[in-house]
Design a protein around this ligand. Structure first.
Ligand code: PMP
Length: 356
């Protein structure tokens, strides 16, 4: 830390992203990216947009917002776009939180929530998950704080129903409820239709996972127009041109290639079933996931040993040392070839353990 670093930030704890090795020698099953490339039309759209990079992008991202709105039968006024949904989380925490207006979230969830609330000096509290890692909606009624929930939750992959989400949103009318649907495409039902009924609901989505655009950085928020205007007001104070020309073009083209992405999503769901079955047969505990990852607990070694053993064999998965999930690893679902290699590596580790 330099002597110039602001004193108010001296206790910052930055988010730790999953490893991003810059060589290609690992099978990357650690950051929930899609194993499939963007649709060919998306690459063409990015190349075409690159021809005008001397010009700023549209600060209102109108064409992109209109395309997203159309997808959900809404208007562009119901849509804000961000440099990844992470940026929208930041804008929303600034817009709706402060030292008194806290945000509540589950004790095991996406780690960026607490980090980003902290840097914005927004008060925060967490509610422990149930013993079986589920969220009990009854514990989120009339909380007196804003709420942020990932649905499905990360890294558990466990899903709340639209009815359960509605129960929470309806029971907190004086506070904003952010529902982060980063992984909803992999088997969940979206709560976007509830936006028409509830002025306090903000739904976040991303193109990073189901639409193979993690590197383009594109997310969006859906809500009633006043809530969206608040998010955009903050956006215009922090990063008015937050969506670059290539990313905007990619997003529009991706929405037009929905068949391609739906096929990939189906393949990932099939590969998830294959992997869950193979791991359960090998004595693993596997949470029922509605996302493109599985949270799994081996019985032949610790979570950390599984992470290390797989890394030694060229496969990266995610492990957290925090106590509640220390025995577990999160494995992103890749292609069937990648998942077969994963199972092969686990068989090797189990055989070595038996021999040893
Ligand atoms: N929400 C959740 C639950 C996530 O796991 C992630 C990915 N790390 C994000 C939001 C952010 O995604 P992005 O910024 O790539 O849209």
């Amino acid at each position: 830390m330099s002597k110039y670093f602001s004193i108010r930030y001296k206790n910052l704890h930055p988010y730790t992203p999953g490893e991003q090795p810059q060589d290609q020698q690992y099978i990357k099953l650690n950051t929930n990216e899609s194993p499939f490339p963007p649709a060919p039309a998306v690459l063409d759209a990015a190349a075409e947009a690159a021809e005008n990079l001397q010009l700023y992008s549209d600060p209102r991202s109108l064409e992109l917002r209109r395309a997203i709105a159309k997808e959900h039968g809404l208007s562009a006024l119901n849509v804000a776009v961000g440099n990844g949904s992470d940026e929208l989380l930041n804008f929303a925490f600034i817009a709706f939180g402060n030292k008194k207006a806290a945000f509540t979230y589950p004790s095991v969830t996406y780690g960026f929530y607490s980090v980003c609330l902290n840097v914005n000096t927004v008060a925060r509290r967490s509610i422990p998950l149930k013993e079986d890692f589920t969220i009990d909606p009854a514990e989120y009624l009339d909380l007196g704080t804003n709420i942020v929930l990932a649905n499905p939750n990360a890294p558990t992959g466990l899903l709340l129903s639209v009815e359960q989400i509605e129960q929470i949103v309806a029971a907190n009318p004086d506070h904003v409820v952010i529902v982060d649907e980063a992984y909803i495409a992999f088997g969940g039902e979206t709560c976007i239709p509830l936006v028409k009924k509830y002025p306090n609901l903000l739904v976040l989505r991303t193109f990073s996972k189901s639409h193979s655009l993690a590197g383009a950085r594109l997310g969006y928020a859906i809500g009633q127009k006043d809530l969206i205007a608040d998010v955009n007001k903050v956006k215009n104070c922090i990063n008015p041109y937050n969506i670059n020309r290539m990313t905007a073009a990619c997003g529009i083209a991706a929405l037009e290639a929905e068949d391609y992405y739906q096929q990939n999503i189906q393949t990932i769901m099939d590969n998830r079933n294959f992997t869950a079955l193979a791991l359960r047969r090998r004595g693993f505990e596997v949470l029922p996931s509605a996302a493109n990852f599985l949270l799994v607990k081996p019985d032949f070694c610790t979570g950390e040993a599984l992470y290390e053993g797989l890394k030694d064999r060229g496969i990266l998965v995610r492990h957290w040392k925090t106590s509640r999930i220390a025995g577990w690893c999160r494995i992103t679902i890749g292609t069937i070839e990648q998942m077969t290699k994963l199972i092969g590596a686990i068989d090797q580790m189990m055989a070595e353990k038996t021999e040893g």
